[in-house]
Structure formats: structure tokens, C-alpha cells
Write a protein that binds this ligand. Sequence first.
Ligand code: SAM
Length: 239
Amino acid sequence: MAYDFLDAYEKSWDALYKQKGFVLRHSIDPIIPLVSRTLDKKGIRSILSMPCGEFTNELHLMQQGIHVDGIDISPRALELAEEKCRKAGLSNYSLGQGSVFDMTENNRQAILCIDFFVQFPYSKIKEILRKFHTILIPGGMLFANFCDPSDSTFGVGKVIGRNEFLLPNGIMMKYTTKQKAEQLVINAGFHLRTAKKYTNKEKSHNSFRKGATNQSGEPYQEPAHTHVKHFMILEKAEP
Ligand SMILES: C[S@@+](CC[C@H](N)C(=O)[O-])C[C@H]1O[C@@H](n2cnc3c(N)ncnc32)[C@H](O)[C@@H]1O
């Protein structure tokens, strides 16, 4: 399968964020308070958020006193993030535009990666995990999630591979079982400290899946839906 559409992600995502009234998420991901508590316990006061999107989750962490460095491929997402921080009167953040595949850092204590692996095939997920492994210092933490095949959006879009669907907006959805997710992170050199299956009820995301059909060929009218995800707290093994 050729995943050429991945090369156009900057444009695809930017076009989405530019749509009037577009809402990526209505509230923070329910796992974020656990991220904040874990950082607190470990005494970590700064985190890299990759990709940060429009900074909804990150705002919560900043309000707990954590410094967030956000990176995203979409310039428009970063404008929205900047606006959100300004409105909240918060300054403990930095923003930068870029792709995960071009990152060259190697001294981070923690990385937050929410709703990202769901957009990539396994070959790319492996590459991203390797990249995160390089970016983190030994003992550094990665907070990441995967989307399970029991997610209520499973089957929306054109089938392009096993558990893989392409949406009309040019973004793919990849659903991963707990077993496979664990295999991917462990093979990338991480210790699995916590794995937690959780659900996240969402209102319609307006146009995120606009124009998609379900597997019976009927137009998908996005209702409120329930995401089923696997959250993992990972630690880079000490050498
Ligand atoms: C589903 S959103 C998640 C955003 C944020 N983590 C959240 O949970 O709200 C996926 C994000 O990935 C960004 N993105 C896509 N490809 C990327 C890449 N190669 N490098 C960095 N960001 C990318 C998109 O612009 C989008 O903001």
C-alpha cells in the first residue's frame, strides 16, 4: 500500500483547522489529569507536546504549572494555540512548526503524544517511536495513546489496509489492539509502566469525517461517538 497522502498532511491538517467552526476536540482527553499527576510525582516540570494541535490538553498542564513546548505541522493549529494561551493569560509555553520526522533534539525528560499514532501505518509509528526514543534522555517518559478497533468510528472511510481507513479529508485512521500497541512500544526500546484502556465520549467534530461513507456504503452522519483508546506511560530504558 502506498501511503502517499501522508506527504500532504501539512496541507490536509491546515485546511481542516482553517474551516470556520471546526472543532478538533470539545474538551481535554480524559487521560490528561493522569499525565499531570505522573509528572508531579516524578518532579518533571517541562514537557514536549508532539503534536500539540490547538493546545487544549496542553492548557490544562500549563495551568498545573508545567512548561509545555508544543510542536505541530500545521501553522494554523499553532495560531489557534497561541490565541488560546494569550486568552488564558499563560506564558509557560513555546510553540514551533515542524514535522515529527525532522526532529533533532535529544535531551527531553518527557513527551506527550495524544491522538497521533491513529493517523499512521505501523511503518511510520515505528519510525516515530524511534524518534521519541532518541529525543528522550535515559529514564525519560513518553505519554502516548492508540485507538482500539472497538472505537465507534471504526469502519468510517475507505478501507486501505488492515484496520486502516482513509477519510475524504486525506487523513487516515489506524486502529491498533492493545497487544499490538504493546509490541510496538516494547520493540522500540521502552519499558511499559502503565497501560490503560479508556473511553472518551465526543460530540460530532463537525467536518472531521465529512463526506465519508461507512462500510455499507451509506453516508456517515457523524453523531456523538465514543472513542476507545489505549493509554500508555512509557519509560526509555537506562543504558
Ligand atoms: C488528532 S490531532 C491531535 C492534536 C493534539 N495532540 C490533541 O490531542 O488535541 C493530530 C495533529 O497531528 C498534526 N500532525 C500531522 N502530521 C504531523 C507531523 N508529521 N508532524 C507533526 N505534527 C503532525 C496535525 O496538524 C494535528 O494537529
